[in-house]
Design a protein around this ligand. Structure first.
Ligand code: MN3
Length: 240
């Protein structure tokens, strides 16, 4: 959904003003094993980017990061804080909120905003300047076991990103001791499917349209070859 300001995600019905919500440095208690940056306490805070806004240029421009992080991601966090205020979910970690909302059809609006907030934190951490290339050690072995070769993995990830119709995400996950490439629509996340996310690429148009217009494959290829942070993936695999 795109509103008149170009912001996707929250519908007018879901929108809650964040003006009264002070965003503070969260007192963080890591709960389920993901980095502290993905956790939080009430009110949830917009986690800082792991690099400067222009650090991914020219693959992703500072202008794209400025809108994507500063407007889109911030709106999801603000909306979650508005939606959980005064409910038992206030003070829970973002991951716990995602899981709770996923199991309750009446909380679809909260799920969409919370999962988008979580997915975006995971996305920023999946990228780094001068990333890409191949993983090392047991992660490379896992990739080769699952996909035949690193090139086989690369092809499958690009295909997942290209064939996700409309908005969504392309992921590398671990499930049952095996690595898999999966794609999810809109805000959906492997967190609620019993899978351990290792890396993700945002394929919503807002992730690439300013830099690549409709050329999603060019964006995907540039991200896979130049930005993926395999050290982040290895950390996620080790802590599952
Ligand atoms: Mn996005």
């Amino acid at each position: 959904m795109i509103d008149s300001t170009g912001n996707p995600g929250p519908t007018r019905r879901d929108f809650v003003s964040s003006a009264a919500l002070a965003v503070t440095a969260a007192g963080v208690a890591a709960s389920a094993g993901f980095p502290a940056i993905l956790e939080g306490a009430a009110p949830l805070s917009l986690p800082p980017l792991p690099w400067a806004e222009n650090a991914l240029d020219p693959v992703i421009s500072a202008k794209t990061i400025g809108y994507h992080y500063g407007k889109h991601h911030r709106a999801y966090v603000d909306n979650v804080n508005g939606l959980i205020a005064g409910t038992p979910l206030e003070g829970q970690s973002l991951e716990a909120i995602v899981r709770a909302a996923a199991s309750d059809p009446a909380r679809k609006g909260l799920f969409n905003n919370a999962a988008q907030a979580w997915n975006h934190s995971f996305y920023w951490n999946s990228l780094k300047p001068k990333g890409g290339g191949k993983p090392e050690g047991s992660l490379l072995q896992g990739v080769e076991a699952a996909f035949g070769s690193f090139d086989g993995f690369r092809k499958e990830l690009l295909e997942a990103g290209m064939t996700q119709f409309g908005s969504g995400w392309a992921w590398l996950v671990a499930e049952g001791g095996k690595l898999k490439v999966v794609k999810t629509a809109n805000a959906d996340t492997p967190l609620t499917s019993g899978q351990t996310p290792l890396l993700v690429i945002d394929v919503w148009e807002h992730a690439y349209y300013l830099d690549y217009q409709n050329r999603r494959k060019d964006y995907l290829t540039a991200v896979v070859d130049g930005l993926l942070d395999w050290e982040f993936a290895a950390k996620n695999l080790a802590r599952k």
